[in-house]
Design a protein around this ligand. Sequence first.
Ligand code: NZQ
Ligand code: ZN
Length: 388
Amino acid sequence: MLGNFTYCNPTKLYFGDESLNFLNDELPKYGKNVLLIYGGGSIKKNGIYDEVVKILKDNGKEVFEDSGVMPNPTLDKLYDGMKIARENSIDLLLAVGGGSCCDYAKALSVSVNCDEDPWDKYFIRREAVTCKILPVGCILTMAGTGSEMNSGAVISNTEKKLKIDRSFGEAAMPKFSILNPKFTYSLPRRQMVAGIYDIFNHICEQYFSNEDDNTSDYIAEALMKSVVHSSLIAIDDPENYEARSNIMWSATWALNSLISRGKKTDWMVHLIGQAIGAYTDATHGMTLSAVSMPYYRLIMSYGLPKFRRFALEVWGIRPEGKSDEQIASEGLDAMEEWMNKLGLIMKTSELGVTEDMIDAIAENALAETSGYKVLSKDEIVAIIKAGM
Ligand code: NZQ
Ligand code: ZN
């Protein structure tokens, strides 16, 4: 472990099938006006909405609503939310949903009291937050992004066809997050597996960088093994509490900054996935699965020792009589087989990518990252085309 770093994670987590009760402990810490943020209505169908509203009312809160947060939340939606929060002097932003609702709540928390345009200030000029930040609480209904315990928010500017992530720092992290694995049972299978691959890829993005011996990599391997193991149980038995709870807990640790300590990290799959998402509005986890295999096969030889280790430690590939390339390659084959078993999208054409979009997508994804290879635009184009 050769890197220098700081680590602080102030989000309080309540985990388990009785965790919603702890909302009663949190609410008294905040003012009367609560903005309940949710998506397209899944929480009304599965009953979570009624449970949450009852607790809010029992605690004497005035409840305002900001619904319709879409997957891949947009800048226009953020402007609407700023108006609602300002008009109602909101004291607490309570997101009930997946990563989109949690991200949206965080973006809102740093925008409500900001007197500049949040897109220009935070996402383009990348400036620090200087205004008062509204507190955020999350009640998570989908495991995947890790947004419940990190400071990130991804916002899509549909007009400019840009989808950009931003970390707002410690002060903008959720004050508390409630994680009940049973709340994820009602997820359609497609969303469940998209979330599972999102988790796995977050770990890969941090693991596939650096050459030093780093404890973070050993933790990453354990998390990957747990995700693979539990995912295979969950696809056959979606209400298996043990599997769904392991998936939920792994998602949090995959992207709450622990396993990136001392690591340069990569994030190239996410950059390409986000650029595709800006053009297609496709499901986040699926944008990652569709480009992963061509990407990892392209960079494998540049980070061969780590890909060899990945094959041995995560996929249990037997090394006897094989070259390092062969071992590493068999590891990627095993990963691809697992992805196919989950039923992930493996082709960019199935995300809605068409020939005329490719150049602009590649341009938007172009960045110097610190993975094993800096990609040229032509290489990004080849990765996108590999799945068409
Ligand atoms: O809107 P509703 O009706 O609630 O339906 C949602 C949505 O359609 C549905 N859903 C969620 N929980 C459900 C459920 N349906 C039935 N039962 C439940 N229990 O699932 C759909 C997808 O939800 P969404 O929140 O969009 O998914 P996810 O958690 O994958 O979040 C995706 C967003 O997070 C960003 C992505 O880019 C994308 O915008 N990310 C955020 C990150 C972060 N903060 O660190 C990192 C990630 O890499 C990612 O980029
Ligand atoms: Zn992701």
